[in-house]
Design a protein around this ligand. Sequence first.
Ligand code: UD1
Length: 426
Amino acid sequence: MAYANQSEVFAMIVIQGPGALSGELSVQGAKNSALPLLAAAVLARGETVLHNCPRLSDVDTACRILEHLGCRCRWQEGSLVIENAATCCEVPQCLMREMRSSIVFLGAIVSRCGEARLCFPGGCELGPRPIDLHLEALSRLGVEIQEEGGCLSCAAPRGIQGSYIPLSFPSVGATENVMLAAACGRGTTVIENAAREPEICDLAAYLNRCGARIYGAGEGCVIIDGVEALYGCEHRVMPDRIAAATYLAAGAVTGGTVTLTGVDNTHLLPMLPPFEAAGCAVRQMGGAICLMAPPRLSGIRHLRTMPYPGFPTDAQPVVMAMAAVGQGTSVFVENIFQNRFRQAEELGRMGAKIKVEGRVAVVEGVEHLTGAQVQAGDLRGGAALAVAGLAAWGTTQITGERHIHRGYQDLAGSLRALGANIQEAP
Ligand code: UD1
């Protein structure tokens, strides 16, 4: 399959600031939904067509996994078509390492093939990311798991057996893995303390359209009645709520007015309080949202990341970039990942005053930031640097664009469409 987006060849983003953004932007499909949907396509016989699938390097990696398994993937008129002919049950180490969330293929492969071999995805930029909840849940479904030299050999000799799965934490990935494994299992599976993120609902909607019987997605208890087989279908990937938050933050930090279309306003509600606390006026109408920012933002006071419907950890870095120029003090408490303040140090190079102590970051808003050479260390942290660069005086050079390209379909082009002076450079 041809690479999804040619902007991958760029290494750097260069922003000339400041400048108020204005205009309208249509938001991409959700990365965090597309990836489990692509894993789910392994279960569905025949053809799956994903509309509104974002063109991202992570989607490209998922397609390479699918092709390794024996499927064929192609882009057709903006939609991603997957022809399922999976025969192989192994994901090579290089692909597992490229994308931590590839672990979500485990449940689908072991259900489809009766066995699966893949390597531990390992830690990542956000700190250690264990998969103990995934493995514990799968073993309750009758999957025998052996670990050797960083690789997992999984087998379900008697097939997937429905079971009661209490999760000690509502892990998004573990909930998805269980749904994928159990959809074609024998009997009923009940996930207690399931993740309630909208991406879980999107996955359930796709699987149910393929013939699965999944009830309660989006609630704390998900019930899966196993069915014999699933059949491919057409599905529209839900809008990306984190990309939406990023463009809202970009509008806010520049004192601009932006309208985003193609969003699901219900999903955006938990993210709006810090924008309102910063003094922005937000109007939601149908599938669109409009943000009008004051010339100078206020601090956002207090933000705690929590599982949905709390404030999402993925949107915390871009809001921190806003708080960096908001008048007053803002306090961030990160409850999901250990190492999610990596953007703080780089924002510091631009003049931001941020003190990090474990899971807490205290931001003293400054009058303005100054352009600098900074490094994107992870996807959302990289987006935060871009947001800050739009507000900073002078030139900001962000290296490590490959991180940003994992999750944003043409971030630079989208911001340019809103009037930003932003280029990609080799
Ligand atoms: C998904 C999202 C990611 C988002 C995160 C939290 C995708 C592709 N990624 O990641 O963007 O930041 O949800 O909303 O959808 N944990 C364990 N053991 C496990 C699994 C998780 O201890 O077996 C811990 C993790 O280390 C982390 C927390 O639980 O501290 C949340 O992880 P989880 O909800 O599983 O996130 P992901 O599915 O990896």
